[in-house]
Design a binder for this molecule. Sequence first.
Ligand code: FES
Length: 104
Amino acid sequence: MDDGWQDLIALTDLHRGWVTRATLGNRVLAVHDTPGGVYVTAALCTHGGADLCDGYFDGHLIECPLHQGAFDVRTGAPIGAPATRPLKTFAARVLNDRVQIRLT
Ligand code: FES
């Protein structure tokens, strides 16, 4: 049965406590290793399209490398200007030491 979960990346390939770029098909995703678990978002900033995987990561916040807009990776909510539109998030889980996401 297809329950919608898809394999994304091995835990051993994550930058621990940081953000890691991953791809699934033509999607470029950011995998965030936070103290509260792994969260997956779109990798491109909603302000100007910069790659957030090149940004600064702290706890559960990602700061864009281009204009320093910031997002909460748990919800995708913009929390720092000039970012105003939320980041797309994906349901994520860890199974057998691999990160999986569910596409909707
Ligand atoms: S491109 Fe990310 S804040 Fe402007």
